[in-house]
Design a protein around this ligand. Structure first.
Ligand code: SF4
Length: 413
């Protein structure tokens, strides 16, 4: 059989592109979710405020579900409705509001970038994707494209996880979707497809389709507004028995966009053959001993000691129970002794290992770390003085603990 043209991976027919844009935008107008940042971007007359609102939402939405973000976004915009207000906030306030959202460096960088706009750019947001990416720390290619298209109407595409999935399915791209060849092709495609008169809506529509219809595991192809343009859907409908030579895969075996020859189309997966990713590295395993030090406060209610983490690195500037990273495979007794030594050096008075009461283990998965907290408690009589040269520390009630800038992992502890 003749090899099909590589055009199957492209959007090269202008009439098809036009039809796809129309179908997708009509669906978006009918079905889009009401989200607070969308309402603000659509109604706010001030371009800098629009840009700021979209920027905050996009940073919060990185790695986080929409349902979780809404409450954080609303509180954030209430507290810091403008760039100028955010520029005056302290990192402590930012961390407190961000607590529980994860990936804490996002909030920190957002605030640093707001200061930069106010101090170095006269309070004016850059207006193009190129300038946004160049001038604002923490703003990558995707976020820059989203802000520029949604807030300023620049006809520039965006590629995020949802768009990758939709485009790979629309054009049967089965090579590793994180490889440079595929990433470049996806950006080219997004820039070809984006609607020139409604770029922000088009980009949001493509992402919305990925989030609500073309979902990872069980896509709702029957309801999909662009199924007539979808190569993966066609392929599923008109699939062939496996022994027939696979003309659908460009037929030459060296196409940089087709699934690898060793892992061809699997008909049991249907459209979810796409996209494909290289196998992920397993997360690094870490063990950390942590101690809940408890005392009776002046009104008899229990109080707990929390200390502040360093201002850079994982969970920068957040508060936690005194903690100590442990070597793997230590005996329990040894773990307890190491924690007692750590507390002793820090408190300046003897701590007996056997006084530490083992409570249990808490597992928390960070993006690249499989963290096990080995939790101990130590009730204290009376007050104690901490070495102020070490980490900042404070006693908090349970309510104060929950209102502090503490991570979800510490709340689990
Ligand atoms: Fe995704 Fe199915 Fe629509 Fe294709 S038809 S874009 S696979 S939901």
């Amino acid at each position: 059989a003749p090899a099909p043209p590589p055009a199957r991976h492209l959007f090269s027919d202008p009439a098809e592109v036009e039809a796809l844009r129309g179908n997708l935008l009509a669906w978006y107008d009918r079905c889009k979710r009401d989200l607070p940042w969308r309402a603000l971007a659509a109604t706010e007359p001030d371009a800098d405020r629009r840009g700021y609102a979209v920027w905050v939402s996009e940073i919060m939405l990185q790695q986080t579900q929409v349902a979780t973000v809404i409450d954080y976004y609303n509180r954030w915009m209430q507290k810091w409705p403008t760039l100028q207000a955010l520029a005056q906030a302290s990192l402590e306030e930012v961390n407190e509001l961000w607590a529980g959202l994860g990936y804490y460096s996002r909030g920190k960088r957002l605030q640093e970038a707001a200061r930069k706009v106010v101090c170095e750019l006269a309070g004016r947001m850059p207006r193009t994707a190129e300038d946004l990416q160049k001038l604002l720390p923490g703003v990558g290619r995707y976020t820059a494209g989203a802000i520029a298209s949604i807030s300023y109407g620049q006809a520039t595409g965006v590629v995020d996880g949802n768009v990758i999935r939709v485009l790979c399915r629309l054009r049967c791209i089965g090579a590793d979707s994180s490889s440079p060849a595929v990433v470049d092709r996806l950006w080219d495609m997004a820039n070809v497809l984006v609607d020139r008169s409604r770029p922000g809506d088009f980009n949001q529509a493509l992402m919305e389709l990925g989030a609500t219809v073309c979902v990872p595991k069980a896509p709702l192809c029957g309801e999909c507004p662009v199924k007539q343009h979808c190569q993966a859907w066609r392929r599923k409908l008109f699939g062939k028995p496996p022994k027939v030579p696979d003309v659908e895969d460009c037929g030459v075996g060296d196409c940089p966009l087709c699934p690898p020859a060793m892992e061809p189309w699997d008909s049991s997966l249907g459209v979810t053959n796409f996209p494909r990713k290289a196998a992920k590295k397993p997360p690094r395993a870490m063990r950390t001993a942590t101690c809940v030090l408890e005392r009776r406060g002046c009104h008899g209610a229990p109080e707990y000691l929390i200390v502040q983490r360093p201002s850079s690195g994982l969970l920068a500037g957040l508060w936690e129970f005194p903690s100590l990273p442990l070597a793997q495979d230590l005996q329990e007794e040894r773990e307890r002794e190491e924690l007692a030594d750590h507390l002793q050096a820090w408190m300046g008075w003897p701590v007996a290992a056997k006084g530490l009461q083992f409570i249990g283990e808490v597992i928390h998965i960070f993006s690249h770390i499989h963290q096990t907290y080995v939790v101990y408690s130590l009730p204290l009589d009376g007050d104690m003085t901490l070495n102020p040269a070490l980490s900042p520390s404070r006693w908090v009630t349970k309510d104060e603990f929950h209102a502090s800038a503490v991570s979800t992992a510490m709340k689990k502890v």
